[in-house]
Write a protein that binds this ligand. Structure first.
Ligand code: IMP
Ligand code: MG
Length: 177
């Protein structure tokens, strides 16, 4: 970690504005439905916490699922593994919103979507804070998108490099010094 440099990329203010806009869009679209929000751990935990606090529409349930694709590498292996599931009964017949920190190769979001679909929700949408389209390997429909970013490894606001930096309130590029 010591030989890495943090380069400011997305400020706390920009993140807050982005999250607020996403919450407003969700409020409009879910005005007469109580959605179930599913947070993909671990990277999305801060985004999820900020998003739900900006939403006015009543939320039926907040659920968590855990996938893993990175280990300690800074380049995605492109393979995701389900580590912690959620039960079918909280998803079936519900209006589900998948909450993701970032779509990079698209592998893990696709896997999360497949799992959720297999539990037969009434509807399923993906709400994603950051999109890194240059590295996409699998097509993903992002229904609610915050910010598109270039291909660069980033940390902060829940995102980590080998479990470090998740606590940073803004987003930084992680450069070799
Ligand atoms: P995927 O490559 O789209 O499957 O991305 C899988 C997961 O890798 C994301 O949900 C993030 O948690 C993590 N990830 C992708 N890009 C970055 C990054 O730049 N920094 C930190 N984590 C990332
Ligand atoms: Mg994620």
């Amino acid at each position: 970690m010591m030989d890495k440099k943090l380069v400011p990329l997305i400020s706390q203010i920009e993140l807050a504005q982005t999250v607020k806009k996403l919450a407003e869009r969700l409020d409009r679209d879910y005005v007469d439905r109580q959605p179930v929000l599913v947070c993909v751990l671990k990277g999305s935990f801060i985004f999820m916490a900020d998003l739900v606090r900006q939403m006015q529409t009543p939320i039926r349930a907040i659920e968590f699922m855990r996938l893993s694709s990175y280990g300690s590498a800074t380049v995605s292996s492109g393979q995701a593994n389900v580590l912690l599931g959620l039960s079918e009964k909280v998803i079936v017949d519900q209006h589900v919103i998948l909450v993701e920190d970032i779509v990079d190769t698209g592998v893990s979001t696709t896997q999360a979507i497949e799992i959720l679909k297999s539990y037969q929700p009434a509807s399923l949408k993906a709400c994603v804070l950051l999109d890194k389209p240059e590295r996409r390997r699998v097509d993903v429909t992002i229904d609610y998108l915050g910010i598109t970013i270039p291909d660069r490894f980033i940390v902060g606001y829940g995102l980590d490099a080998d479990e470090q930096y998740r606590q940073l309130p803004a987003i930084y590029g992680l450069d070799e010094d």
